[in-house]
Design a protein around this ligand. Sequence first.
Ligand code: AHR
Length: 358
Amino acid sequence: MLSEREKVRKYTVKILLFIVCILVFASCGKDDSDNKSVTVNKPINVGFSQLGAESDWRVANTDSIKSSLSRENGFNLLFDDAQQKQDKQIMAIRNFTQQEVDCIVLAPVTETGWDTVLKEAKEAGVPVVVVDRRVDVENDSLFTAWVGSDFRREAEVACKWLESFIKAKGIEGSSLRIVDIQGTLGATAQIGRTDGLADACRENGWQLLDCVPADYTRAKGKEVMQSLLNKYSDINVVYCENDNEAEGAIEAIEEAGKKVGNDIENGEILIISFDAARSGLQLVLEGKIALDVECNPLQGEEVEKLVRQVCSGGRYEKYTYVKESVFSCDETVKTVMTDGEELPITLLTDEILAKREY
Ligand code: AHR
């Protein structure tokens, strides 16, 4: 028979052994990096270099990517706003590479000048997902994948609409006197939209009076429009390469005592814009922007999907285009043909605007 003291001692030893076993198992789980459950729970470290905050579109794009690459979704996000400066973006990419993040997301300000820094990231084994604008590099293997818009197609849609619009109104192409308020020079969005307009002007005999950059901002859009109004007395179409520029241009036109609208035969100045952000669509509803071609900033979900696939060694597309629509202030043109496809032009309504997220 065991004495009471021995029984207590035996029980204590058993309990201690049990606790030691639990601790050993728990610590094995924490330190063993090959352990599956630990790998699944480890956050994915992402460095995101955003070019700036110049427009409503950009702010919506940043918000969309930040909310997809969130802590709750299993990411640890390092964010850098380059304030429209390429050298700041290059510095951010170098920092992210040195910190050995799992993936870099880059929204580049312009197309060229990325070869060296992307080579460094590649050599360090850090994949780079490019969003929105493109990078023009000597070898496409310097970036892993891209997601964004077809800016050239956006321009073609806008110009096809203008072609159909003036035809429906019986206006001669040669009577169009167009100015182009461009985006940041060297950005893919600027190149695609400017080139698309220039080609359409050549093909249709439209007069392209001037092309002036305004960096996608409302303030510069206004400034540029003021100087264009001083230089040319008979502008009848203003092609703004984003909504913020259009807002500024409209302000300048109205302050100069002129009227915006699509009745160009009676002296109104017709405005075409890109983005279809809430602020731009409000002007479409008021009849001040005739056509707003959507450029979709909500790229977060696609970026998240890509980053996960890239980091887990899964399959992914090199190029992904986001879905986009076109909005007009009247029903003169209901569809346009691009690339053999009939694209609907949506008449903007209060209901559509009320649902706009950004
Ligand atoms: O690259 C996309 C363009 O950049 C958007 O049209 C513009 O608003 C933004 O700043």
